[in-house]
Design a protein around this ligand. Sequence first.
Ligand code: PLP
Length: 429
Amino acid sequence: MNTATSHALFTRALELMPGGVNSPVRAFKSVGGEPFFAARAEGAYLFDVDGNRYLDYIGSWGPMIAGHAHPAVLDAVAQTMRNGLSFGVPNPLEVTMAETVRRLVPSMQMMRMVNSGTEATLSAIRLARGATGRSRIVKFEGCYHGHGDSFLVKAGSGALTFGLPNSPGVPKALADLTLTLPYNDFEAATKLFGEVGHEIAGVIVEPIVGNANCILPRDGYLQHLRELCTQTGAILIFDEVMTGFRVALGGAQARYGVTPDLSTFGKIIGGGMPVGAYGGRADLMQQVAPAGPVYQAGTLSGNPVAMAAGLATLELIQAPGFHDRLEAATHVLCDGLEMAAREAGVAVTTTRSCAMFGLFFTDKKVETFADAVACDTAAFNRFFNAMLRRGVYFAPSAFEAGFLSSAHGEAELAFTIQAAREAFREVAA
Ligand code: PLP
């Protein structure tokens, strides 16, 4: 595979941007090698600047659930942008977007559009703190909520001790306010809430963890968190930046029948443009400026072109059977990968939820962050590179979920499984 142009670009980029990239995971640091530079994308495929084609299981880290460069999305963007790129006053598409989101996710009684998932989560936490008058927040090991200071915190020794900054630049005084629990551990949550429940402003959780590969909630776990929050007055926040509109039209909250107080969205809601949203209970959202005292704002929030791309994507995913077809495709892929690994004598297990999946190099069931960390990441890295050489692009990290789109048809799945047969043989060698 010739990657000379990508290599030349990366060499230039390394002098200009930290690690040569504008977001760390793109740098391929954990899997080795260098990133390729995309020239264009279409359907299930990315094309690099050297003319190589890659079957893409990342979909721009989630937004491209209808496939890259979908004509309906591109047309909506092209039409809307002719009227101007940004107005700085309200535009009708913001109202249509809010009505659409509330119809698809009824817990979103009111909402605010922002420009990224990070903005959505840090705004939701500020609202939880402002509405409750409490300062502490709870998050879970292995979950990622963007790069807000309150989230870049790791557990201290024992969940009840203060959190420790996970990055230089996060003040210890702020990290102290973030408590970290093991995901899927009922007892740890009960214990924490028993001791400090009435000091907790909000609990933020990825209802399905997509940032430690892909870990599904144990039966009743999200309900358990709901009950603990209801009993103590803590605000339950589902971070559906990844799961929203992906694991079901109504997100993970619809799939598991648990209603959070607030939710955050990103990725699919913008159809590939920079968009996020947070919202939920009307009484809480009425506390956001200018209706209420909790401040939050954005020069480009609700941008018409971004709303057009998001709305066109939300339109596409409402087609009858859209998610059912994705779910069926994910099963074909994951069953095929497991079978290919077995044939090669490589221990692999998968998790799936509609258009999202996890691939773990282990023979054990993965239900916790500790389970995910215990997997063979060196084997994953070999598999990743072996697949890339065959033109199949999985996430360049053992701790990222995989994504399917409606453009991944039978031919793409068959091609992937055949490539995986060969790649697993390389891993076993
Ligand atoms: N929350 C979750 C669950 C995410 O997966 C991500 C990003 O991957 C974020 C928040 C942050 O979103 P963004 O990268 O748009 O800031």
